[in-house]
Each structure stands twice: as C-alpha cells, then as structure tokens.
Design a binder for this molecule. Structure first.
Ligand code: REL
Ligand code: ZN
Length: 422
C-alpha cells in the first residue's frame, strides 16, 4: 500500500522502526546455559563499567582499591547515590538505566533502589530473558565467545552453548592476535604443537585450533578487537596469523572476519574494564586487507569518530566489507545520528547501523530504544526527501528496508538464514 501523505509516511516509518525485530550482531551477553556469565538486574546495570568511570570523576578522594574492595551491592549504592541522586542522570549511560527502569514499569519518582532490587530478587533468569527480549523486540543476540575464557568452557564442553537459538555464537580471538607471547603457551597446554617463534607446525596447529572451535561453536563470524595502531600488512605475529591462519580458515568456513579497530587498552589500569580508551586508526590497513582478499568477507567497525567517513567510503569500494555499529564511545545519540545519516547517504541500506554491545541483558532495552529513535529520525528525513520529490513510497518496501537495516542485511551478507525466521 502506498503512503498518501507525508504525515502518514513519517508515522509509518517511526512505527516500523520501533516494531521491527532486531538481530543484535555484537553483544557481550550469554544464553542462560552459561549460568553466571549472563549478567542482569539493577545492581549489574549500575556497576556497568561506563558508569564506574563516570562515578570516579565526581569522587577525587575515593581510592580505586577502596572501590574494588566493595561488594557489588555497595558499589551499586555508591554509583546510584553519586550519579543519580547527587547529580542528574543525563549522560547516555545514566539515562540508559532510567530508560530501562521506566520501561520495566517502575515508579521513578520514588527513586527507591530497594524496590527495584526487590523485583529482581523474585524473577528467574529464564523469565527475565523472555521479558527483556520481548520488551526490546530482539529476536537474535550474537554473543562474544572466547575460547581462552575458562568460564565458558564447561558449557561448550557439555554441548549446551547453542541450546537457545535466540543466542548465536561469535568466535572471539583477541589473545591469539594481540598477545602471541602470552598465548602460545596456553595453546600448547591445550595440546596444540606451537612454538614461540612460530616455527615447525605452529601455523598448521593454529588453523587446527580455529577449525575445532568453529565446529564446536558454529559461529556467525570470527572476531577480534584491534588497537588503534593496527597495521596491515605487518611483519609481526599478528600479521602472519592473519594471513596464514585467519584468512584461509574463515574463507573455508565461509564466515566473515570481524575487525573492531581503534581501542587503546588500559590507559588507566586502575579502572579495570573501564580503563580502555580510543585512538584514531589507519584506514589504509582496512583498505589493504579487504582488497587483497576479495573472496573473504569482512565486518568492520571503528571506534574513532574520525575514521567513520573513510570507513564508509572504503565499503563503497569493496562489497566484501560490511560496516557495522556505532561502537562504545560512539554509542551516544549525537554521534549515532551523525554517523547513521552519513552511512545511509553513502551506502544506502547496505550497512548495519547499530549493534548494542550490551554487557548486561537489561541494557538491550535502552540501547535499542535509544538507537531506534535515531534510526527512525534519519529514515524519516530520507524517505521524506523522496516523498517531496514525488517518489511513490510503499509500506511493504519500507518494512523491507527497515528489516534489512535491523538485521536482514547481516544475514544476507553472511549467507545464512536467521534462525528466528524459522
Ligand atoms: O568488544 C569489545 O572489545 C568492547 O566492545 C568491549 O571490550 C567494551 O568494554 C564494551 O563494553 C564496549 O561497549
Ligand atoms: Zn564489544
């Protein structure tokens, strides 16, 4: 059915973006079968590392050790008091907590943390997963699965990693590419015949390691986060492992290699997981790898605002590159809007505008709520321009476009059927 007035068009676009189920292509969430690795509830929300960093800015006298020796509940109390009571919670990470509590139906005029906690003490993980996915309208969540993380192992070894089809795997291999010196002994312990100088059977064995995890996890892609000074090509352990292991193994398995580029890890180690930062990267590294390996697929997101335009241009030149998400420090309304607008103008719908990067289940509610409003706003402008020029706009076509942006383009790119599609 075609839309007859601009008002009807804008309302339809907003409603469609709000209601279309999402595939969230990068999160740090886990299925229920991973037990305590799945974080959820108000104390986890309040101790999100984004909020820890924000809280410390208001507490010059609080030592890092004092904070880290507190229980989670005490940390949450302190963050609530500092960021929500002593100041207004309008930073994006604080506003996120407010959105979640509001969408769960809590009375925010009371500001009674005890009442919010009471709800979470009564609900089960399984029921809460259903509630959150339903509220946020998420159909598929892609986890970050680290074969070097001992706490994930029991679930994979017991064959329960993929019990819930709403949670799909991504094989994440940061230690292999970013810390070879510390990682080769761990591979050796696991029975792989590798050596520090990468001689002998090392490369064969790294390939065997990757293949064994690919068959165990059936990952949608293989991923790494890379420092802002990532260079390619490079005469280094990382350069060799990419060329001789990652590229052939991902091509054979027909899965993309996802590169998340631009992190400066641990600029303030006292902040622990909140201590990472951002730096500008060399787009030349991305250009070279995607054009050298045209039969491979690459998913790329970059952390620095300054890299966004050249990344989108690079995708125009290389159809094997799919740009995704407004990562981490870019996941703020002002930047999401700017980046999404620019990407849609350069790439149309052949892009994944957003992923959530959630670490805590509940965050799906706010991250997608906030991002959906911005995506809708940008799309309203774009469809509005077409309407003004006399282009006929069909409801069905808008539904198709939105479904592509919220996950369809990802499934098409990786060449798989969305399990939620049945
Ligand atoms: O996947 C990553 O490397 C990052 O997204 C995370 O390490 C980061 O801490 C995350 O919470 C950002 O949103
Ligand atoms: Zn992440």
């Amino acid at each position: 059915m075609s839309l007859q007035s601009k008002q009807a068009l804008l309302e339809f676009v907003e409603r469609t973006v709000r209601e279309t189920p999402v595939t969230d292509i990068h999160t740090h969430l886990f299925a229920e079968s991973f037990g305590e690795l799945l974080l959820w509830g108000v104390d986890e929300l309040l101790t999100y590392h984004y909020l820890i960093a924000e809280m410390f800015r208001y507490k010059p006298d609080l030592t890092y050790d004092t904070f880290w020796s507190m229980t989670k509940r005490e940390q949450a109390d302190l963050i609530w008091q500092t960021l929500f009571i002593e100041h207004s919670p309008y930073s994006e990470a604080c506003r996120g907590v407010v959105t979640v509590l509001n969408r769960l139906g809590f009375d925010l005029s009371e500001r009674d943390l005890g009442k919010y906690r009471e709800y979470f003490s009564r609900v089960s993980a399984g029921d809460y997963i259903d509630r959150v996915l339903d509220t946020a309208k998420i159909k598929t969540v892609v986890m970050t699965n680290d074969p070097f993380d001992a706490s994930e192992l029991p679930t994979w070894e017991a064959g329960h990693g993929l019990d819930d089809p709403r949670f799909q795997a991504a094989l994440r291999i940061d230690p292999l590419l970013n810390a070879w010196d510390a990682t080769w002994p761990r591979l050796k312990e696991q029975g792989f015949d590798v050596s520090a100088d990468m001689s002998g059977r090392t490369m064969d064995e790294i390939r065997r390691f990757l293949q064994s995890w690919i068959s165990r996890m059936n990952p949608l892609y293989l991923a790494v986060s890379l420092p802002n000074d990532f260079a390619y090509p490079e005469n280094s352990a990382r350069g060799r492992i990419i060329d001789e292991c990652i590229i052939p193994v991902t091509r054979e398995a027909d899965i993309p290699f996802a590169m998340m580029i631009g992190v400066k890890r641990q600029v303030n180690p006292s902040l622990r997981s909140a201590g990472d930062s951002v730096g500008k990267s060399d787009i030349g590294a991305v250009e070279t790898i995607v054009s050298r390996y045209q039969d491979n697929k690459f998913l790329v997101t970059m952390l620095s605002r300054e890299n966004q335009h050249e990344l989108a241009v690079t995708a125009r030149k290389n159809r094997n590159l799919l740009v995704f998400g407004c990562w981490w420090f870019l996941n703020n309304p002002s930047l999401i809007e700017e980046i999404t607008r620019m990407r849609l103008e350069l790439l149309g719908g052949s892009v994944i505008p957003q992923h959530s990067d959630c670490r805590i289940l509940d965050q799906l509610i706010y991250k997608w709520d906030h991002s959906r409003s911005i995506i809708a706003k940008v799309l309203c402008d774009k469809y509005g321009d077409l309407f003004d020029s006399g282009w006929r706009l069909e409801e069905e076509e808008i539904r198709r476009d939105v479904a592509d942006l919220l996950g369809g383009a990802f499934w098409t790119f990786i060449g798989r059927q969305d399990p939620a599609q049945g």
